[in-house]
Design a protein around this ligand. Structure first.
Ligand SMILES: NC(=O)c1ccc[n+]([C@@H]2O[C@H](COP(=O)([O-])OP(=O)(O)OC[C@H]3O[C@@H](n4cnc5c(N)ncnc54)[C@H](O)[C@@H]3O)[C@@H](O)[C@H]2O)c1
Length: 418
């Protein structure tokens, strides 16, 4: 008998997520995507006879314990709420909510539901991040007072093969997603390792003048959001959101009162600890470099899973939480998920308002719910045709014009998007 019956909503990234749930002993019973070619691809890849839907409200009526939300980046919350209302456990891709109002609604739905809600943030489960968590937990570095998270994912603007998959229609979220919004991969590992949660945010954008390249249909012209958070344990984080400058990689650094640990920019799987000579642990050198590796009984399955195996471990955390009858650990629970989304959304507002500091709301409190209940501002077009209500870049209207966009989308129009 299957461990759990699950449904998949969104069949791009969703295919890889489904593979992990299958290897964790779950059964895929239903899939939903309104893009027929993508849905067909999922059927073939997953070799499944799961029932296929093109409409979420029909899909959600299918008998299942879990729904994986892998639909458009900024539209997870309304569907998470429908699942929670039906008592279906939710595994939501990042971010949890695309607007502050959705954050309020998501919290209210979670408060009323017995179902488990988990943000599927996988980067903390990369082997080097897990190694850094272990060292920090040992206490050898002292109290962590400052940490940095950098997630940098540039893409070649002429790589049409990638672009046709990544921003395949003019209003696709990847063209409009401000750099601060894709924040969970830079801040998630810091929150996981330290247990600290952001209380205030302010940010500036690093603007990349778009004239240096031909249009690729991308409206966002900032290459990074440099976000600072002040946290509930009085520590400070500096994170990038999703940066797009040269060159690719994910890097983290934790500074404690006695020493520091980071993964190397030249070799991300290698971690380096450095201590004050007068405070180093007994028998340890002042500086130590070593390769991080998983010490895990599921290593065979982990090594076949995406993002260095972190996808599998993240899904396993979720299933174990359901089995224990608990909400997932910090920072995958709904409170931390909404806090990360608030860093994304209010970080962008800070950029638009010259670096102004915003408090991160606690939606467990009525006061904060009332402040943000009707705040639907969004820089990303909705799939229902809603237009952006605020600019997506620090320099408004600096993206490609209509003619440039048309040229790009004409180029990819006959290419398959799966
Ligand atoms: N954690 C990671 O490492 C990681 C990696 C890649 C993507 N992601 C996240 O996964 C999510 C999906 O990413 P993607 O690259 O597959 O995005 P995508 O936009 O390419 O795919 C989303 C899919 O959802 C479908 N969809 C959207 N709304 C729908 C609706 N109302 N009804 C039916 N189908 C609908 C679309 O047709 C599409 O096939 C995003 O949130 C993204 O941020 C996370």
């Amino acid at each position: 008998m299957a461990r759990f019956k699950f449904g998949l909503f969104g069949t791009g990234r969703g295919i890889a997520l489904a593979q992990d749930f299958l290897s964790l002993g779950c059964e895929l019973v239903a899939m939903c995507d309104f893009h027929e070619a993508r849905l067909n691809k999922a059927v073939n890849w997953l070799k499944t006879d799961a029932k296929c839907y093109d409409n979420f409200d029909e899909f959600i009526e299918h008998d299942m314990d879990i729904v994986i939300l892998a639909n458009f980046f900024h539209e997870h919350a309304p569907y998470a709420i429908k699942c929670l209302e039906k008592g279906i456990h939710v595994y939501s891709e990042c971010i949890s909510n695309g607007t502050m109002a959705e954050g309020v609604a998501l919290m209210e739905a979670a408060e009323k539901s017995n179902a488990v809600y988990m943000l599927a943030e996988n980067y903390p489960q990369m082997n080097f991040n897990m190694e850094m968590q272990k060292v920090i937990k040992s206490g050898n570095l002292g109290r962590i007072v400052y940490a940095e998270g950098e997630y940098n994912h540039p893409m070649h603007y002429e790589d049409l093969n990638m672009r046709r998959l990544y921003n395949y229609f003019p209003d696709h979220w990847r063209s409009w997603c401000p750099t601060s919004y894709y924040v969970t991969h830079s801040i998630g590992p810091l929150m996981r390792a330290t247990g600290a949660s952001p209380k205030k945010v302010s940010a500036f954008a690093a603007f990349a003048d778009p004239v240096y390249r031909e249009s690729d249909g991308i409206q966002v012209t900032d290459s990074a959001a440099i976000i600072t958070t002040y946290n509930d344990d009085k520590s400070v984080f500096k994170v990038t959101g999703c940066a797009g400058y040269g060159a690719h990689g994910s890097f983290y650094r934790f500074c404690g009162t006695k020493g520091q640990i980071e993964n190397l920019r030249s070799a991300p799987g290698t971690v380096m600890t450095r201590y004050n000579s007068w405070e180093k642990p007994e028998g340890s050198p002042v500086k130590l470099l070593y390769e991080a590796s998983y010490d895990d009984p599921d290593i065979a399955k982990i090594s076949k899973s995406g993002h260095g195996g972190s996808d599998y471990i993240t899904a396993r955390i979720f299933l174990e939480s359901i089995e224990k009858g608990e909400q997932p650990p910090f920072p995958y629970n709904v409170d931390a998920a909404i806090a990360m989304s608030s860093v994304a959304i209010l970080g962008h507002r800070s950029i638009l308002e010259g670096g102004k500091s915003f408090e991160i709301p606690n939606f467990r409190e009525e006061k904060w719910k009332e402040i943000y209940r009707n705040d639907t501002l969004s820089p990303i077009p909705g799939s229902d045709g809603t237009r952006p209500s605020i600019p997506c870049s620090s320099v408004p209207n600096s993206g490609p014009n209509e003619e440039q966009c048309k040229k790009f989308f004409d180029e990819i129009k006959d290419m398959p998007v799966v």
